[in-house]
Design a protein around this ligand. Sequence first.
Ligand SMILES: Cc1cc2nc3c(=O)[nH]c(=O)nc-3n(C[C@H](O)[C@H](O)[C@H](O)COP(=O)(O)OP(=O)(O)OC[C@H]3O[C@@H](n4cnc5c(N)ncnc54)[C@H](O)[C@@H]3O)c2cc1C
Length: 391
Amino acid sequence: MAQTCDAIVIGAGIMGASSAFQLAKRGLTVALLDKSYVGHGPTGQSSAIIRQHYSNELTARMALYGLRVFQDFEARVGDECGFRQTGMVVLVEAADRAGLEANVALQRAVGISAELLSPEALRELVPGLTTTDLVAAAHEPESGYADPYLAVSAYAQAAKRLGASVLQNTEVTGVRFHAGKVVGVETPGGRIDAPVVLNCGGAWGAPVARLAGVEVPIASCRVQVAYFRRPPGHEAPHPVVLDFIHASYFRSEGDDLTLAGLVDPAEADAVVDPDRYNEGVDFDFISEVGERLGRRYPAMERSESTGGYASLYAVTPDWHPIVDEVPAGSGFYVCSGFSGHGFKLGPAVGVMVAEMLTGVSTPRFDPRFFRFSRYAENDPVRGQYEYSIAG
Ligand SMILES: Cc1cc2nc3c(=O)[nH]c(=O)nc-3n(C[C@H](O)[C@H](O)[C@H](O)COP(=O)(O)OP(=O)(O)OC[C@H]3O[C@@H](n4cnc5c(N)ncnc54)[C@H](O)[C@@H]3O)c2cc1C
């Protein structure tokens, strides 16, 4: 293999595939490489909740852009993404009420459909939820979830239709430089040359950066998800529930299952080798998340557990990604570390990256927010909640 292109994208998760699509759309020749296959990483195993609840104007706008793309995916990308609009509610404790209200005001200011609900209104919207511990909830009627594997495959196919080479089973084993500038990558099949290399390695973001001699604070953390079959009388799909009081989330999966996971910063403690970790779900996790689910949705105490799995979050110190050229002027770009909430941002990240790489001076989504130097500057991205994981 000896190939030359304008840009090499390492990693065909949602970030790599969306970036390759947007770059190809702008006329660049692109090679999208994955050591395994498109969507093999956490992207294909994502809960893929498309919510808008973010604490910062930029991320809220990015989430809204993503929602619009997922709602109209076939027209914009060319295939199905399985988007289901179930609505979503966010539940916080009294101490976080001001943060919740500020988030909803911010969302509305950027054009997101969001409202505050009283506990009574929430009970009407989602009968069966426990609301006695709530003072208010936020509601996003347009939110929902997608099929992550369909979405990432569609992006890769769309990039391919625009001329990108999509090379699966192609591991990048080295990043080559000449006089401080990127000149390409090494793979077991040979060299590929390009003046730009984009690290969309996700959970492998740190080892891929290391191939270029760059250290980034991205930890690969094992996280779990469990499924429960909804009991008789509660088969109907329900909205997504993001429950910060019980540090958990759940959403419908298909017609009769509910998928549940945690939104617990402690998940960042389970740092693992992304190539060698236990991909099965722990019995203790199923009990723990099932108990939290039952506390919020008591009918689910009668649900049947139907297993689950473990996957990876790529976690940074402030739970936000690094999207930057590192070092400046090198042609090596990092776009990794989406810390468990990146799927919905994928469509906007593709635009952000393509504009950054083509030198757009007033970008639609300014990547400086995600600059690498923010950690050294002690200026991390901050959220409205104790849980920065909320974004
Ligand atoms: C269980 C779970 C639930 C989630 N739920 C949500 C949610 O509800 N909503 C949401 O918005 N986000 C969610 N996320 C987060 C979201 O899925 C991720 O942020 C996003 O998918 C990350 O995509 P990525 O493209 O950065 O990386 P990844 O999906 O990690 O892809 C990286 C790719 O790089 C490839 N690669 C690695 N090293 C090399 C190499 N040397 N050469 C070539 N290829 C390489 C890998 O094979 C992989 O395919 C969840 C994540 C998990 C794990």
